[in-house]
Design a protein. Structure first.
Length: 535
């Protein structure tokens, strides 16, 4: 059915926005970016040397036990790093060089802690630990240096030769029965990824592109329009946009004869002007943001007609422009709700149409745009258990019936669903692989990490959150069919969790002043580790 009530003024506004975004000053921007890249390259070189020197300090300590000398060497590394980063920033004369890298003191502290933890975790004799740490020292610098090549615009190749060098010298003296060469390689590459993530000035968008992962954010167009820093962050870090609310049924088609395409048009136009992918969210969600006329439907035929109209109107309008659709959102009940006998949420669609409503929605979306990738989106799938099993059975049944399903969206509201659970990288990776092994694409679609269940002072809680974001990045990077990571918002100020929880939370990569948090650098480290680990 052809949508009625198209807002022509909104269409014109969106077109003008696209033109204005496309017509910048590319020559000047290129010159500025080159200076920032050179600054980043100098920082990467400095932290690569720092990683080498910290590992050497640990090796010497394992040999002579001189704690005072070890402390002095660690302090010297931190001092040199601060001085070299200050010189790099002064030479660049561009505030973005400082803003896009971690603070030098924070970077030095994180690297020192990581080196110490890696050294302490080596099993076996002191001789084994000393030999292995000594082997790691030059390799860490070499692995970090691969990011310098990327900053210069060279190919971002995975340093497979580093793994070969470890294998050629394995086992290290005294390491018989200790860690194998693969484990030793993973450790040094994780150290290098964390170091390079703190130093580089490349954004999440570029790091994701290295490994074929689109890094995205959900946005509200009015928030972006009123915040120039938001626009800058999207341009530098984001490769994919999701409309957080303005494509939902209650917003875009609130009455049977009323369409409100203007805000959705603005999101699509913004993405197209910036060369970003668009994820459509969401066509069918039985729990929230449904118009009253849909909830009031009394017959299957009436509800089926209601369901078909917005899918045809919305998907058809953006055919060939929206790459993916979350066709059905949260078809399973929440963790505190009892499932129906077939395991599904007992929403209005399930009540009137039965379990087949999910396949019907997929067929309607496929008919409206045969080129778009069609997803089902659900929360809590990152954690194995009864809910993941129910969802897996649903997906198997849809595929067996031939439904046009291309991918699964893992919302990844860590800490919130299930409450208080923060799965590690191995758990998330295994969950993603379980569905990818069915021949489906997978994405992390609504990422945030609540601090509601993390105790301690705020800086310590931010550090824990950084580890969680790193786990998400590493997990997606490890699964070839994981195509994207989308954060649900980008800046803590705009997070949906604050009004939802009725409390201040800090779940996103940027703080209220657009400063990059440990969450940002953790996600960057996860993506970098993915590249360094590629064969």
């Amino acid at each position: 059915m052809r949508p009625a009530g198209i807002d022509r003024a909104a269409l014109l506004s969106a077109a003008l926005l696209a033109v204005s975004m496309a017509c910048g000053a590319p020559a000047q921007a290129g010159a500025n970016n080159a200076g920032v890249a050179r600054c980043g390259s100098r920082k990467v070189a400095a932290i690569g040397r720092g990683c080498r020197d910290l590992l050497r300090a640990e090796a010497r300590f394992l040999r002579n036990g001189d704690g005072a000398a070890r402390a002095a060497r660690i302090a010297a590394v931190g001092g040199r790093l601060t001085a070299e980063w200050s010189r790099a920033e002064a030479a660049a004369a561009d505030a973005r060089c400082a803003a896009r890298s971690a603070d030098a003191d924070a970077a030095a502290a994180r690297l020192t802690a990581a080196v110490s933890a890696a050294t302490a975790a080596v099993p076996g004799s002191v001789e084994c630990r000393r030999a292995l740490v000594g082997l790691w020292a030059p390799l860490c610098r070499s692995a970090v240096a691969s990011e310098r090549a990327a900053l210069r615009g060279a190919a971002s190749a995975a340093p497979a030769h580093l793994r070969a060098r470890i294998a050629a010298r394995w086992p290290a003296p005294g390491c018989a029965g200790g860690p194998d060469a693969a484990a030793a390689s993973r450790t040094i590459l994780r150290l290098a990824a964390g170091a390079a993530a703190d130093a580089t000035t490349r954004g999440l968008r570029a790091l994701g592109a290295d490994i074929g992962v689109a890094v995205g954010a959900a946005i509200e167009p009015d928030e972006v329009a009123s915040d120039v820093d938001y626009t800058s962050a999207l341009a530098h870090d984001i490769d994919s946009l999701t409309a957080e609310n303005v494509m939902k049924w209650g917003v875009v088609h609130p009455q049977p004869a009323t369409w409100n395409f203007g805000p959705a048009d603005a999101v699509v136009a913004r993405a197209e002007a910036a060369g970003q992918r668009v994820r459509g969210h969401t066509l069918n969600w039985g729990a929230l943001q449904l118009p009253g006329y849909v909830s009031a439907a009394t017959t299957a035929g009436e509800l089926r007609a209601h369901m078909a109209e917005p899918i045809a109107g919305l998907v058809g309008r953006y055919a060939g422009r929206v790459a993916q659709w979350d066709v059905v959102n949260e078809p399973l009940p929440g963790f505190l709700e009892a499932p129906t006998p077939d395991g599904l949420d007992d929403n209005i669609f399930h009540q009137r149409l039965g379990a087949d409503y999910i396949a019907e929605a997929l067929y309607l979306a496929r008919a409206a745009d045969p080129t778009a990738r069609l997803y089902i989106n659900e929360n809590g799938l990152e954690v194995p258990g009864a809910k993941q099993d129910r969802f897996f059975a649903l997906v198997q049944a849809l595929l067996a019936a031939g439904a046009p399903l291309d991918g699964i969206g893992f919302q990844a509201h860590l800490g919130l669903v299930p409450p208080g659970q923060y799965p590690n990288a191995a758990t998330i990776e295994a969950s993603l692989r379980r569905f990818a092994d069915l021949g489906l694409d997978v994405e992390l679609t609504e990422v945030d990490v609540t601090l509601l269940f993390v105790s301690g002072a705020l800086p310590a809680r931010f550090a824990v959150q950084g580890d969680d974001y790193r786990a998400l990045g590493e997990a997606c990077a490890a699964v070839p069919r994981c195509r994207g990571i989308t954060t649900w918002g980008l800046n803590d100020q705009y997070s949906w969790l604050r009004p939802f929880l009725g409390a201040t939370d800090w779940p996103l990569p940027f703080d209220e002043a657009w400063r990059r948090k440990p969450a940002y650098f953790g996600l960057r480290a996860g993506l970098l580790y993915g590249r360094l680990s590629m064969n």
